[in-house]
Design a binder for this molecule. Structure first.
Ligand SMILES: Cc1cc2nc3c(=O)[nH]c(=O)nc-3n(C[C@H](O)[C@H](O)[C@H](O)COP(=O)(O)OP(=O)(O)OC[C@H]3O[C@@H](n4cnc5c(N)ncnc54)[C@H](O)[C@@H]3O)c2cc1C
Ligand code: SF4
Length: 482
C-alpha cells in the first residue's frame, strides 16, 4: 500500500482487521500532538507537498494543498464527511458504466467507516458564533442546512484543524486506522518516498524508492519492497505521478483531473464573533448542492485571511483590530466544467495543468453572491470579497447585486482548492479510464488504485468519505481475489 490517506489507510485497515498481511508506505513523517502549533506557515512548509505552495498551470493561477504526513489529508483537514450525492453516483453509473456504484452496494461500507471513525454531527456547544451566524443566515433565507458530520471525539471547538488537532480529538487516520493496522500485525514505514513500481512481465511486483529525512526531506537510502499485490493510494496527484514514472504512460493515466474551485467572503458584524472559537467547519448549507454549489462556515485565522482586508496600511490596521467582529464563510463549486491532467516533469515531479471552464467561473460568481446575501440576512455591516474590480469594502447587499450583474474574468476572482480528484479515473471504457470500478488497473496485473483519483467526476460533496468507503470495500474484496 503506497500512501496513508483516506484511500490507503482505510484499505490497509479493512485488510488488516481480517488478519491479512499489509505493508503501508508513507512519504511523510508520523506526527504527534506536540508537533502541532498555531503557525500555519510552519505547518505548510513542514508537512505539505511543495511547502503548501503547489499550484496548477492553465488559464488561472490555482493553488492547491496536499498533505505529506502519516494519515494524509486527514491530519490537517476539517474532518467533514458526507456521502456522495445520489445524482453523482447516477452519473458515474450512466456515463462511466460503473453499475456497482449504487447506494445499496456502498451503504454497508459507509456504515462501517462512519462507525469506526465515530463520524457525528458537530455539537451545539462547540459551534461558536461564527457557525451560529451561518446557521441563522440559512434559516433567514429559508435554506436547508445541517450540522456538519466529522470524525472526532471530544472536539473543544479550537478551530485549528488546519494546523493539527492539539486537543487530540480529531480521529485522523494516523490515530484511528493506522494504529489498528499496527495492532493487527501490519507493517508501517514512514518517510519512505516511492519513486516507481517494479514492473515485470506485465505484473507489478512491488515498488522502489528512497528513505527521506523526516524534517528536510533529503533523500537518504534506497528501498525495495516486494508485494504480491500493490495498491497505490498516493492521492489524485501522487498516484498518476508514480504510475507515469513506472512507464504506465497511456493517455488516460493522469487524465480527468478535477477540483472543487472555492472562494470565501469575510463579513464584519457589530457584535463580537470571536471567530477563532468554534468547530473548524460546523454548519453547511445543503440547499444548493444539486446546482453544484456548497456553502460552509470556515475557520478564521487572521494570519491566513487578513490578506483580503483593505491593503492601505492605516485601513488595514484599523480593520485588523476588528478581527473579533468578523466571520469567514466559504463556498465551492462542482468543477464539472473544468478539467486538467497530471504529467511528470524531468526529475520526476508532477506537472499539474487545469483549465477553468466558463460555467464554473459563473458558478463561483454566484457562490460569492450567495455568501454576501447570507451576510446581509444576518446584519453584517460590511464584506470583503477580494475580487478584482470591486471596492475593498462593500455593503453585503450591494456586493451581492454587483456580483450577479457583473461579468468577471477568471483572473479577477480569487480561487483555490484542496479537493482534488480524478487523475486515475475508473470506468468501463479502457480508453478513458485507468482502472475498473474496483480500482484494478487495466493492462497490468496485481495493481490497484484507491484514492480520490478514482472519481470520474465530482461526488457533489466533500471528497474524502467516498474514498474511505471505496477503501473499505476494496479491503473486503481483495482476499477473494488472492
Ligand atoms: C486543508 C484541507 C482541508 C480539507 N478538508 C476536507 C474536509 O473537511 N472533508 C473532505 O472530504 N476533504 C477535505 N480535504 C480534502 C481531503 O483531505 C482529501 O480529499 C483526501 O485526503 C484525499 O485522500 P487520498 O487518500 O486520495 O489522498 P491523501 O490524503 O493526499 O493521501 C495520500 C498520501 O500519499 C502520500 N504519498 C504521495 N506520494 C507518495 C510517494 N511517492 N511515496 C509515498 N507516499 C506518497 C502522501 O504523503 C499522503 O499522505 C481537505 C484538504 C485539505 C488540504
Ligand atoms: S476544531 Fe479543534 S478540537 Fe475540534 S477537531 Fe478541529 S482541531 Fe480538534
Amino acid at each position: 500500500m503506497i500512501g496513508s490517506g483516506p484511500g490507503g489507510a482505510l484499505t490497509a485497515w479493512s485488510l488488516a482487521k481480517d488478519g491479512h498481511s499489509v505493508t503501508l508506505i508513507e512519504a511523510g513523517p508520523r506526527l504527534r500532538r506536540p508537533d502541532f502549533g498555531q503557525s500555519i506557515g510552519h505547518m505548510l512548509a513542514s508537512y505539505f507537498w511543495d511547502g503548501g505552495a503547489r499550484t496548477s498551470r492553465g488559464n488561472v493561477v490555482f493553488p492547491t494543498m496536499q498533505v505529506r504526513a502519516l494519515g494524509g489529508g486527514t491530519v490537517f483537514n476539517s474532518a467533514i464527511c458526507m456521502r456522495p450525492l445520489e445524482s453523482a453516483l447516477e452519473r458515474w453509473r450512466d456515463e462511466h458504466g460503473l453499475t456497482e456504484m449504487t447506494s445499496e452496494m456502498l451503504d454497508p461500507h459507509f456504515d462501517a467507516v462512519e462507525t469506526f471513525l465515530n463520524i457525528k454531527a458537530a455539537d451545539d456547544d462547540i459551534l461558536g458564533r461564527r457557525n451560529e451566524l451561518f446557521r441563522e443566515a440559512c434559516s433567514e433565507l429559508g435554506w436547508e442546512w445541517e450540522h456538519i458530520k466529522r470524525f472526532e471525539e471530544g472536539c473543544v471547538g479550537s478551530g485549528e484543524c488546519i494546523t493539527g488537532c492539539r486537543a487530540g480529538a480529531k480521529n485522523s487516520l494516523d490515530k484511528r486506522g493506522v494504529a489498528e493496522v499496527v495492532q493487527a500485525g501490519g507493517r508501517v514505514y514512514t518517510s519512505v518516498h516511492i519513486d516507481q513500481l517494479i514492473v515485470e512481465h506485465g505484473r507489478v511486483r512491488g515498488a522502489v524508492g528512497m528513505t527521506v529525512d523526516p524534517e528536510t526531506y533529503e533523500r537518504r537510502h534506497p528501498v525495495r519492497i516486494h508485494a504480491g499485490c500493490t495498491i497505490v493510494s498516493a492521492g489524485a496527484i501522487g498516484t498518476p505521478t508514480i504510475l507515469r514514472r513506472s512507464g504506465l504512460t497511456r493517455p488516460a493515466v493522469g487524465s480527468a483531473l478535477r477540483f472543487h474551485p472555492s472562494c470565501y467572503i469575510i463579513g464584519v458584524f457589530d457584535e463580537e464573533v470571536n471567530p477563532w472559537f468554534g468547530a473548524t467547519q460546523g454548519i453547511h448549507a445543503t440547499e444548493h448542492l444539486e446546482k453544484g454549489i456548497k456553502l460552509e462556515a470556515l475557520w478564521a485565522t487572521a494570519s491566513t485571511f487578513s490578506r483580503t482586508l483593505p491593503k492601505r496600511p492605516k485601513q488595514f490596521k484599523r480593520y485588523l483590530k476588528r478581527w473579533p467582529n468578523m466571520a469567514v464563510w466559504d463556498g465551492w463549486v462542482s468543477g464539472d466544467a473544468s478539467v486538467g491532467d497530471v504529467r511528470v516533469l524531468p526529475g520526476g515531479r508532477p506537472d499539474i495543468r487545469w483549465q477553468m471552464g466558463d460555467a464554473d467561473l459563473r458558478r463561483l460568481q454566484e457562490t460569492n453572491a450567495l455568501l454576501c446575501e447570507m451576510y446581509a440576512a444576518v446584519g453584517a455591516k460590511e464584506v470583503f470579497t477580494g475580487i478584482v474590480g470591486l471596492p475593498d469594502v462593500m455593503d453585503p447587499r450591494e456586493a451581492a447585486d454587483r456580483l450577479r450583474e457583473g461579468r468577471f474574468e477568471r483572473t479577477e476572482m480569487p480561487t483555490a482548492s484542496n479537493h482534488v480528484f480524478g487523475g486515475s479515473p475508473m470506468g468501463t471504457d479502457e480508453e478513458r479510464a485507468v482502472c475498473d470500478g474496483w480500482g484494478q488497473v487495466y493492462g497490468i496485473d496485481d495493481l490497484y488504485i484507491c484514492d480520490t483519483g478514482l472519481y470520474p467526476s465530482s461526488p457533489g460533496v466533500n471528497p474524502q468519505l467516498t474514498a474511505m468507503a471505496l477503501a473499505h470495500r476494496l479491503g473486503q474484496e481483495l482476499p477473494e481475489r488472492y
